[in-house]
Design a protein around this ligand. Structure first.
Ligand code: NAP
Length: 362
């Protein structure tokens, strides 16, 4: 198969660097375009990331000398790109919305990590194992906005997949959940580069991340929602209360979750069995980035731990442990996922593979 040509918007940031690493030797995709802010534009990629390269991986030869393009400069998009991954940060979310739609207008599919379009009803917010069928909202988006081959698809907040995939697996098995209390312990790489200052995070926990609790409480409702005539209709039946904290961990977002079921309550052994056996469309389609087991349950009493478990199945699997009864709700557990892989670049690559397999990216 001829590889598809891919562009990375925000290629110089923390998530952008992860795309450079994860797409090396990808069987379907090759990077031909890297774009960032005017600060990086016209430099070689190697020069642009000289002071901010964060991962223990050498920049591949074919990427090092690529000239970074200003994301707003469409004239310099010389190499034909089949689609782009968006990992840019702009001060105003409205500017990101406009920019991503501008790429779509030009016929280029956009798979975004940014939160700007997560609440646009005709933009699907995809976790491949959960709401893959939401990609069928794309023709509605294209028709309404006059896009031809272009469209925008987003992925959710980086901490969400660690607990939402286990929750979804239980709902799919017939155990509807009514209430969740979620406390996240989020890694510093989640704040991008340079992120939180070392004086603020070393020897410390910061009990506030701007906008994060709202995302944790609202995004699951869209992901678990249904496809309507004009877009996605939220599932408002789950009530979520979240506290989000920043902790001195480099990579890997952990969540402590208390859950209450609507009616039927499964036994502990059944929950573990549902999680261990859970598989979905990415596994059935054998997509290159699909983890073999999307949920890995760890029996050790002191797991999951970011340092030991974040890289499970190339950083694409969610690890869960400490399932036990709760004195107020029904059960509680701890879950973990790699925020810059499963929660960002890797999750978006899996979405792109799904869109190729389903014929939305040609
Ligand atoms: P980051 O390290 O701060 O990188 C930001 C990127 O945006 C850089 O490439 C930067 O280019 C570019 N940029 C900044 N200002 C710009 C401007 N005015 N015009 C054009 N480009 C500009 O952030 P990140 O952590 O990679 O996050 C990128 C996006 O992914 C954000 O929307 C974030 O919310 C989301 N996300 C992050 C994570 C995570 O774990 N980090 C997880 C999920 C989603 P320069 O280098 O030229 O400044």
């Amino acid at each position: 198969m001829k590889k598809l040509n891919v562009g990375i918007l925000g290629a110089t940031g923390v998530v952008g660097q992860n795309y450079i690493k994860l797409l090396k030797d990808h069987p379907w995709f090759q990077i031909v375009d890297v774009a960032a802010s005017p600060r990086s534009a016209d430099k070689t990629y190697k020069e642009a990331v000289k002071q901010k390269w964060q991962i223990s991986f050498s920049i591949p030869k074919d990427i090092r000398e690529l000239i970074v393009r200003d994301v707003q400069d469409f004239d310099s998009l010389k190499n034909e790109v089949d689609f782009v991954f968006s990992a840019i940060t702009l001060p105003d979310k409205e500017d990101i919305k406009k920019l991503e739609f501008k790429y779509a207008e030009k016929g280029i599919p956009v798979i975004s990590n940014n939160s700007a379009h997560r609440w646009t009803p005709d933009v699907p917010m995809i976790i491949g194992e959960i709401n893959h069928e939401h990609i069928n909202v794309i023709p509605i988006q294209q028709k309404r906005r006059g896009f031809n081959t272009g469209f925008v698809v987003v992925k959710p907040n980086c901490s969400l997949q660690s607990y939402l995939t286990p929750i979804y697996a239980l709902e799919k098995a017939g155990y509807k959940i009514s209430n969740l209390i979620i406390t996240t312990l989020q890694a510093v790489s989640g704040a991008g580069y340079p992120g939180v200052s070392s004086m603020d995070i070393v020897d410390n926990i910061v009990p506030f991340i701007s906008g994060e609790e709202e995302k944790t409480e609202r995004e699951p409702l869209k992901i678990l929602g249904t496809l309507g005539e004009d877009g996605i209709i939220n599932d408002d039946s789950i009530k979520i209360s979240a506290t989000c904290t920043r902790v001195p961990v480099i990579d890997g977002h952990t969540a402590s979750v208390n859950m209450k079921f609507q009616e039927k309550i499964p036994k502990i052994e059944e929950i573990i069995s549902i999680w261990k056996n859970f598989k979905s469309i990415p596994q059935e389609l054998d997509l290159p980035f699909a983890p073999t087991h999307p949920i890995i349950y760890l029996n050790n009493i002191d797991r999951p731990q970011p340092k030991k478990d974040r890289d499970s199945d190339k950083g694409m699997a969610v690890t869960v442990g400490r399932l036990r009864e709760d004195n107020i709700f029904d059960y509680k557990f701890v879950s973990l996922s790699h925020n810059t892989v499963r929660g960002a670049a890797g999750g978006a690559i899996l979405n792109a593979e799904l869109l190729v397999a389903k014929g939305f990216i040609k």
